[in-house]
Design a protein around this ligand. Sequence first.
Ligand code: SF4
Ligand code: MG
Length: 318
Amino acid sequence: TPDLAARIAISAGAAEPPAVVYALDGINLSVARGEVLGVVGESGCGKSTLGRIVAGILPPTDGEIRWKGEAHHKLKGRARKAADLAAQMIFQNPMAALNPRMRIESIVAEAPRAHGLIEGSVSDYVDEHLRMAGFDPAMKKRLPHEFSGGQRQRVNIARALAVKPEFLVCDESVAALDVSIQAQIINLFVKLREELDLTYMFISHDLGVVEHISDRVVIMYLGRIVEEAPVEEIFARPNHPYTQALLAEIPRIEPRKRRFEAIKGEIPSPLFPPKGCHFHPRCPFAHARCRVEVPKLKPVAGGHLSACHLNDEPAARA
Ligand code: SF4
Ligand code: MG
């Protein structure tokens, strides 16, 4: 059996204030230790809820997260604290995550100090973690607003690294940054993975953003996983019509080389998803069966799963 970091089985999502229910429907996932799992979908697909549940910020209303084989909600005391520290979340807006009145050094030192993780000098500990994130420790006496979005995200990453995590859940962590800065931060995540043996769940609305960093990609649509495959396989042989539409939207792929049509129509409300295949109102291949029967996630090749009725009816795709 592979060395699992997390095993995720959730059949109902979580309610977030103000009373919007983000439904997750039969999510079943494993993340291997050291793996980068990309999670892609439009807003409202439940990917942020999934990330928060995995990071232990929200409890699932039904189902469980197994952390290295142990059910997370059953862990108590030190074991629970260790599991909570081991999975850290990196959000989209670093300014919102950083206390504007705290100096960079205090921001980085706060959690490891509270958890008794610093043995020697606090100053050295802070410097070491800022350096890991590519932030110059000489600037640690300054306040967050004195820095650009990219630099703030580095502080945010240093702060997460300072509690010695094993698993980073990155939710749209580069979405607010300029494209050139996005690449720098993604490269930082790649470097940290190698240096620190980290496991990632890398959540984005943009398939192009997860391409470079992910080993495996999960595509979500309205609370369900519709396709799951190694990253090269997703790009070379996308199976699900929704994945094909997402690929057509990556700007760097020249329009005349695009094999698929871009997506049409608005994403329906996650509160009232369409019956049968959730994607049917927007799918160019939708037929009678799609409106009534939920397609199951089934293997289409080794390690490649897709939830589309066309896989049982090859003639229908032509
Ligand atoms: Fe389209 Fe039907 Fe496949 Fe859903 S099951 S993606 S509606 S063809
Ligand atoms: Mg989101």
